[in-house]
Write a protein that binds this ligand. Structure first.
Ligand code: ZN
Length: 122
């Protein structure tokens, strides 16, 4: 079943709220003057890579936040270009319930399982 416009709108709103919260959090953790961690303030047009030069203390949390931020950016981009909700691997619909639970999901449940099997975390 295709996603309704209302559902897409809800997801986009959730993603934008979450993105703003994450960005604020990261800015607090960021110490630009020391060049320890630099993150873009805005979603750029081309290069979205995040540069890290930092010490280890808050690294894990900051990396998780930055990683989520990038996944949110990617999801917002897919919302913009119309590919949102389509599995990146098999091209099937990811599914309404899965997207509600995980709005940044890139793959359907089956492909995600296979991906995690091939690329175990850590
Ligand atoms: Zn799939």
């Amino acid at each position: 079943m295709p996603l309704s416009q209302q559902h897409l709108h809800d997801i986009e709103q959730r993603l934008r709220d979450r993105r703003a919260a994450l960005a604020a959090e990261l800015r607090q953790e960021t110490r630009d003057e020391d060049g320890l961690l630099r993150l873009p303030d805005h979603r750029g047009e081309g290069d979205r890579s995040v540069g890290f030069e930092m010490e280890a203390v808050d690294l894990a949390q900051s990396l998780r936040d930055a990683d989520e931020l990038q996944r949110i950016d990617a999801a917002l981009q897919r919302l913009g270009d119309g590919s949102y909700g389509t599995c990146a691997d098999c091209g099937e619909s990811i599914g309404d319930a899965r997207l509600r639970a995980e709005p940044t999901a890139l793959r359907c449940a089956a492909c995600q399982q296979r991906f995690e099997h091939l690329h175990p975390p850590g």
